[in-house]
Each structure stands twice: as C-alpha cells, then as structure tokens.
Design a protein around this ligand. Structure first.
Ligand code: DAH
Length: 356
C-alpha cells in the first residue's frame, strides 16, 4: 500500500473515532465512499495510473475499500448501540417506588345493601328483574287489586304525571316495587322466582321518609308453594342479611290488597339500645303474603293451578337498622364525610354470612 492510501486509512479511522453521532458518522461515510468521496476519486483516477502499476494499485484500492467499508459499518453499529444504551438509561424507571395514591370511590350504602340482597336471594335461586320508575296506573294499582277509589290508594301519597290524553288514567311514579311482580308474571310463564330492587316515590318527607326511596320486592310462583316456604325464605334472608344466626323473626297477620293471607314480619330488637337480636321488643320490617288469586288472574296465571308468595321491604330502612343510622336524609345529601364513613370499598365482596 502506498503512502497516500496509508494516510487515507489513518484519517478515515480517526474521523470515525471522532464521529459522536449518526450524522457525523454519515458525513465521514459520504466523504470517503460517496460519489465524490476521497476513495471514489482515487478509484476513478485508476485509469490515469501508468499501466505497469495499475493492477497492483487497483488491488490495493479495492482492499482498502473493503477495509474502510467494514470499519464504517462497525462504527455505525457501535453508535447505534450507544444510542440505545443512552435511551434505556434515560428511560429507566424505578419499579420499587411506591405508586402515587389514586383517588378511590366508595359504594353508597343503598347500592351495597341491594348487592347484598341480590346475592342472598340469588343463592336461593331468585333472578333479578327490573321495571320502569314511571308506571301505568294499572301496573302500580289495578293489577295489584287496588282499583280506583280503593282506600289503600290513600296510603300511597302518589305522584301523578300528566295523562296521555283526555280520560286516560295518569301515569304515576311507582309508589312501590310491586308492579315489577305484575310485569314479571306477564313476561314469563310460571314457575318463577324473582327479586327486584329499585327506586320508589311517595310525596312524603321527614327524618324517616324521603320522596324517593328504594324497595326490594320478591315473588315466587309455583304449583306447590306454601306459606311455609314464605316463612323459611324470609327467616333465612333476615338472619343472613343482618348476620345474626339467632335473630328472632315473627309473622303477624296483616292486610295488603295484593296478598291473602297477608303478614307483616317483625324482628327482635332492644328498643332502648337499638340493638338487633334480643331485648324482647319487636320491630316491623317488611310486608308479605300469598299472592292474591285475583292478582294471578290479572297477570294471566290460572290461580287454580298456581300459587305463590310475595314480599316487599324498604332498602334504606334495613340499611339504617343494620348500620345503626338514625337519619334518612343524609342518604341523599352527597356529603362526602358521610359517604366516607358509611360507604364501602368497591373491591370488598358483598357480605354474605355463610352458615347463618
Ligand atoms: N308494596 C308494599 C308497600 O309498598 C309492600 C309489600 C307488602 C309488598 C306485601 C309485597 C307484599 O309484595 O306481599 O308497602
């Protein structure tokens, strides 16, 4: 190799070493191997080399070209690797750092109670049904054996909505969840077993009444369903829901237009301390009964062939009893302090008292 080629090699190697990034590296590559690069120029000059030296010079230039091409390629790989290392170092994260606290929401006690109810009745084979908040007069009253001018209507403090036309019965905000019984029987042939939980409305407002509140309703229809099933089902539910295996439960004869016989259900508690379970006092907690034959017939079910039981209770009421809450009004105030105190974690499963 002649001196000029030694020099070119040394200069190119030095320039490559100095090239700190891909742009500088590319300038070196183009300067040597590009169209007007130094080595390219020497190859072009080969034609002017005296014939006796041409072969040797040509071979030396080609060797140098291969050598420099390899050196240039090696430098590119080194630069790329260095760039990757730098990027990895810059983007390094410390996986041992504790996470930033994320704001966590809580489940409202009414929602939690309804989840628990659905879980307990679900385990007993009840499906969850739904119905609309705005009901026809017939679904809310008529089908349930509460005709117009029936005295039971006066108990309901009903919100009436504008009627669809002259002479039409005004729709209502449902005053109870019992119309979902009607809808379930019309939707599905018996046997059936449903619960529904949802909003109900009555024009009433004080410490224990809200114009909007929630009810749970249950319905079981079969060929051989008896009062015994009703009692067993509700005793199991109440003991499971309140988590008290020995909770005293009492069935007391009562009246509802849609059941016959009808019973109100009381649980044992201590009136003085508010404690549930013992104490010798009774607290009314829900209404129930055997579905009235007229109601079955109104819903297209033959009462000679089918019978069943139904029950209804206030969701807020049982929530207040379970958690010792005195006032209903904060349920709807959206006061964050109250919600933090009474809300429950969305990650905690609904409480089921196994074995109760
Ligand atoms: N609908 C009744 C109310 O709002 C509660 C009720 C009583 C529902 C007896 C029932 C039942 O299904 O059988 O006061």
């Amino acid at each position: 190799m002649t001196d000029d080629l030694f020099t070119l090699r040394a200069e190119t190697e030095a320039a490559l070493r100095e090239a700190a990034d891909v742009r500088a590296w590319d300038a070196v590559r183009v300067g040597v191997l590009g169209k007007s690069g130094t080595l390219t120029a020497l190859l072009k000059d080969l034609g002017r080399t005296p014939a006796e030296q041409r072969r040797e010079r040509g071979a030396a230039l080609n060797r140098l070209k291969d050598e420099l091409a390899a050196a240039i390629e090696a430098r590119r790989a080194a630069l790329e690797e260095a760039a990757l290392e730098a990027r990895l170092a810059a983007e390094r994260i410390d996986v041992t750092l504790p996470p930033r606290p994320a704001p966590a929401g809580l489940i409202h006690p009414v929602s939690r109670t309804m989840e628990e109810m659905a879980a307990i009745f679900g385990a007993m084979g009840f499906a969850v049904a739904e119905g609309p908040d705005v009901e026809s007069d017939w679904h809310n009253f008529g089908a349930l054996n509460i005709p117009a001018h029936h005295p039971a209507r006066a108990d309901h403090d009903t919100f009436y909505l504008p009627p669809a036309g002259p002479g039409a019965a005004p729709p209502v905000l449902r005053t109870h969840t019992s119309p979902v019984q009607v809808r379930s029987m019309l939707r599905q042939p018996p046997p059936l077993r449903i619960v529904t939980m949802g909003r109900t409305y009555r024009a009433d407002h004080d410490a224990t009444h809200s114009p909007m509140f929630h009810q749970l309703e249950g319905l079981a229809i079969g060929r051989d369903i008896t009062l015994g099933h009703l009692k067993g089902c509700l005793i199991d539910f109440l003991r499971s829901f309140f988590g008290i295996a020995s909770l005293p439960v009492r069935f007391r004869a009562s009246y509802f237009p849609f059941t016959e016989p009808s019973m109100e259900v009381d649980i044992g508690w201590n009136r003085r301390t508010g404690e549930l379970g013992g104490g010798g006092d009774w607290l009314e907690i829900l209404g129930s009964g055997m579905v009235h034959p007229k109601v079955l017939a109104n819903c297209g079910i033959d009462p000679a062939e089918w019978q069943g039981f139904a029950f209804g209770m206030g969701v807020e009421r049982v929530t207040m009893l379970k958690h010792g809450m005195a006032d209903l009004r904060p349920f709807y105030d959206s006061d964050i302090r109250w919600l933090r105190h009474y809300g429950s974690s969305p990650l905690a499963p609904a409480m089921l008292h196994e074995g109760v």
